[in-house]
Design a protein around this ligand. Structure first.
Ligand code: GDP
Length: 371
């Protein structure tokens, strides 16, 4: 079809190839459509009929333009990050763009943390990481978009900190921003009041505004794709499997020196040197298969069994899934080796040398043990 059809809600060109991008409409609808019809993209349709928001991706440039717009406003900036993917979801330029505006850093998915982890420690870790990146949030708050009481507590904080101003909620994709905004809609307003208004500069996306009082609004901004998020290398099915969905049940592995654990075929942990046999505790999705082998056999096993025994990635995704990159660490105190987007493995003994392998572009880091 040569003619371009436009969503009358947000103005985006309608397309049916990517449901994470602006203007998505299923092919079954689009193929029968003609120019005389009033067509809404899926996102605008859901907003109109169910008052439900869906996240849409922006390119880097559009995202920077959008943030720039925020720096010209007086507003409270609320940055949502995924506590299981801090490095993949943290926006390090946020302070620059917030300008003089205060920033609240919100760590989402707190319901997934094992009970043995004190929330205060997680909050402290987030605060330290933010400070390292030159970001000085007014508050660091933990929440679960799945729990209404948690979201209500966040709204109380926002109400206190916004000092009568508008609120901009920003985040990368997959942090749970739409889940959170949908909870906020349930709490904050009469459903009819939600509107899409003017476009963000450089984008075809209308802003979704939720009224907070007679004058002020909470703005849901589009999500930015950050290529360091492992989520971008996975099919929806794979993503479902590796993203923790329930409270994480720690799994203990007793490893000898020179043994390896494969986390599906997505990542790898090598115990290289240390004090003999020791326990490593894995905090990963309960559904992710962990496979143990000898270090000397690990490369060969991976080459042979990727997509077979070691999944995900599954066969249909092997070609695009990046190769694994190795990072070595000397552990000097009880620490967690964090595989961004997957979880972490904790190491008790000082004097242990380990290596973590992750898809090129995704991040691995060592932190002081949280538990
Ligand atoms: P968005 O791309 O930031 O809008 O993210 P979504 O709201 O679509 O959420 C991404 C995934 O995380 C979905 O599978 C959600 O069900 C899940 N999710 C979102 N918030 C939470 C949360 O607080 N806890 C848990 N366990 N999962 C969450």
């Amino acid at each position: 079809d040569e003619s371009e059809l436009i969503c009358i809600g947000c103005g985006a060109t309608l397309q049916s190839s990517d449901d994470t991008k602006a203007g998505f409409l299923p092919f079954s609808v689009l193929k029968n459509a003609d120019e005389s019809e009033d067509l809404y993209c899926k996102r605008c349709f859901r907003l109109r009929h169910y008052n439900e928001v869906q996240d849409v991706e922006l390119t880097d440039d559009d995202f920077l333009n959008m943030l720039h717009e925020i720096s010209n406003k007086q507003a409270l900036v609320v940055n949502i990050v995924d506590i299981f993917d801090f490095n993949g979801s943290f926006i390090s330029s946020i302070q620059r763009f917030a300008g003089k505006n205060p920033v609240i850093l919100v760590g989402n998915k707190i319901d997934l943390l094992p009970k043995s982890l004190k929330e205060g420690k997680m909050r402290q870790w987030l605060t330290e990481r933010a400070h390292e990146a030159g970001v000085h949030p007014k508050e660091v708050f933990l929440t679960s978009a799945m729990r209404s009481d948690s979201v209500e507590a966040l709204m109380n904080l926002i109400e206190k900190e916004r000092k009568g101003q508008d609120v901009y909620v920003v985040g990368t994709t997959n942090v749970g921003k739409s889940t959170l905004i949908n909870q906020i809609i349930k709490l904050a307003t009469n459903a009819e009041d939600i509107i899409t208004t003017s476009y963000f500069p450089g984008t075809t996306l209308g802003k979704i505004e939720i009224p907070l009082d007679d004058e002020r609004v909470l703005v849901d901004t589009p999500g930015i794709i950050q290529s360091s998020q492992i989520a971008h290398y996975l099919t929806p099915k794979e993503l479902k499997q590796v993203t923790p969905r329930k409270e994480i049940k720690p799994k203990v592995y007793q490893l000898n020196v020179e043994q390896t654990l494969f986390l599906g075929g997505l990542a790898r942990f090598d115990y290289i040197r240390g004090n003999g046999k020791q326990s490593f505790v894995c905090y990963l999705s309960n559904e992710l298969n962990i496979h143990r082998t000898k270090l000397e056999k690990a490369d060969e096993l991976y080459a042979k069994q990727r997509g077979e025994l070691l999944t995900p990635p599954y066969k249909d995704n092997l070609e695009t899934f990046p190769e694994l990159k190795r990072f070595e660490f000397n552990v000097k105190e009880p620490s967690d080796l964090v595989f961004s987007g997957l979880g972490w493995i904790s190491i008790e003994d000082a004097g242990t040398t380990v290596a973590g392998w992750a898809p090129r572009g995704a991040d691995i880091s060592l932190r002081k043990s949280l538990i």
